[in-house]
Design a binder for this molecule. Structure first.
Ligand code: ADP
Ligand code: F6P
Length: 473
């Protein structure tokens, strides 16, 4: 179960509901897993108010909608989930708001989700709860249905205890999570943060088996599971581990070269095509990368190269103030850069503020010489992995923030510090220079990353988590 179903329902003018794919990495990762297991997905269908009865997707997954009212949307989704937890867990890139009425809504909606799961889960079922919007569900579900096995996976970073301790309801959140049998994070660092936190915060709520200096590595090394245990208030041993999420390589289309060529022609045959694909979120560092491009143009650092930046920004959480601000800053920068450096019919930055069909995204990935992924903080970042998967021949280059979880696995990328404009500029410059003057080196980097992504796909992620969870029955 997850806050969102894999489809968003949209109410058309005549009142009927239309079905669209819903945004984000969680849905991209989990859809193939559920299709394979033919399980039931409990979640919100992206439209406020009344929801339809459970229905099946074309690929056979049973969807069980949970309703959110206008007030729930404001206080639970926009408020506590995305204006309290999101900035707190992303290391305070924006300042979190701590609002008691939002917390009340979070508790109430988590109860509703837990009740829905309790209603649909078969005797002794496995329930896999996803992400920061539903951290109280494991604890509630355990009380409602002690027979089910509960896993929890966090798709965003887990902050250091020093930051987390700001949260006025920190103990309740930790207790909620400890209702699970297994708690998974993307990175070992996040798992360590959680273990350290349980020692500091939940000390009064329950005992701790002791914090290991280095997390114990166990099981099949190719699964790379890292595990430790925390003792919950009711005496159960709860597993804690790192399971880096990945992508379904089969779902990455390899478009017809003619389509790729047509895109480059539409863009005026640039020497270098750079691409950004993100939800329009202030954590993604879109403005920083545009400013780096602007400074490269200003300084004439790449004189022989006529480049275009194609930036796709999916609308996201648009009523929240920090998101509005991020959008207006990005759009102002796009206008400024094109005004300063574009030519009639040839802007430097091509900007799309909308969702794009997967097949079209595949053309963008295949056409791009350099992919720009520069978040200030990101749990994993699947876009980076999708780009690598789209280049099985080793073409292209990836500029990647050190603060994206993916940087731990894609070490051959041109890594940069997104807080340092010079570092982003150096990474772009180096990627372009490799492509132009050291093609063998550029290819070797991309091939190494392609191998990594091929060997660690989303199926491995799901299997290793579910295997660890199964072992805890
Ligand atoms: P997040 O989960 O924070 O949104 P990720 O990079 O992990 O970030 O995942 C984003 C997912 O959304 C990827 O699968 C990507 O292909 C998809 N995506 C991003 N932008 C768009 C877009 N404009 N149109 C369609 N899909 C998009
Ligand atoms: O990966 C983080 C996440 O918040 C997911 O939980 C979510 O599906 C995705 O990003 C998109 O966000 P939202 O559901 O708020 O549009």
């Amino acid at each position: 179960m997850a806050n969102r179903l894999p489809v968003d329902l949209e109410r058309a003018a005549d009142g009927t509901l239309e079905v669209k794919p819903s945004p984000g990495g969680l849905v991209a990762a989990l859809s193939p897993v559920l299709e394979q297991h033919r399980g039931c997905w409990v979640g919100w269908p992206g439209v406020v108010g009344e929801v339809p009865e459970p229905f099946r997707t074309d690929s056979g997954v049973l969807l069980h909608p949970v309703a959110l009212s206008e007030d729930d949307y404001r206080d639970f989704y926009e408020g506590f989930s995305n204006a309290t937890l999101w900035p707190l867990y992303h290391d305070l890139i924006a300042t979190p708001t701590y609002d008691r009425s939002w917390w009340a809504a979070y508790r109430e909606v988590n109860l509703r989700f837990a009740e829905a799961a309790a209603e649909v889960a078969a005797e002794g079922a496995t329930v896999w709860v996803q992400d920061y919007q539903l951290q109280l569900v494991p604890g509630i579900l355990r009380q409602l249905r002690p027979d089910v096995t509960v896993g929890f996976f966090l798709h965003i970073p887990f902050p250091s205890p020093d930051l987390f301790r700001q949260l006025p309801w920190r103990e309740e959140v930790v207790r909620g999570l400890l209702g699970a049998d297994l708690i998974g994070f993307h990175l070992a660092g996040c798992a360590r943060n959680f273990l350290e936190l349980t020692r500091q915060v939940a000390g009064r709520a329950g005992s701790h088996t002791g914090l290991p200096d280095t997390l114990e590595v166990s099981g099949d090394p190719s699964v790379r599971e890292i595990s430790a245990h925390v003792t919950a208030p009711d005496g159960r041993r709860v597993g804690v581990g790192a399971f880096p999420i990945s992508i379904d390589l089969d779902s990455i289309a390899h478009p017809d070269p003619a389509e790729v060529e047509a895109l480059r022609a539409d863009l005026g045959h640039p020497d270098l095509l750079m691409l950004g694909v993100d939800r329009l979120d202030y954590t993604k560092g879109i403005l920083q990368r545009l400013r780096a491009v602007e400074e490269l143009l200003e300084s004439g650092a790449m004189p022989q190269t006529r480049f275009t930046v194609l930036q796709v920004a999916t609308p996201s959480r648009e009523r929240i103030e920090h998101y509005r601000q991020a959008r207006s800053e990005v759009e102002e920068a796009v206008g400024r850069i094109n005004g300063r450096f574009g030519e009639p019919g040839r802007p430097v930055v091509e900007y799309l503020h909308r969702s794009v069909p997967k097949a079209r995204l595949a053309v963008f990935y295949a056409a791009a010489d350099i992919m720009l992924v520069t978040p200030f903080k990101d749990g994993m970042n699947l876009v980076a992995k999708e780009y690598v998967a789209a280049h099985p021949d080793g073409s292209g280059a990836l500029v990647l923030s050190e603060f994206a979880g993916a940087a731990e696995e894609l070490a051959e990328a041109h890594l940069c510090n997104p807080f340092d404009l010079d570092s982003i500029k150096r990474a772009i410059h180096q990627a372009a220079a490799d492509l132009a003057y050291r093609p063998g080196e550029a290819r070797a980097r991309m091939l190494a990353m392609h191998r990594q992504v091929s060997e660690h796909d989303v199926d491995l992620w799901a299997r290793s988590f579910l295997h660890c969870l199964e072992e805890r029955r």
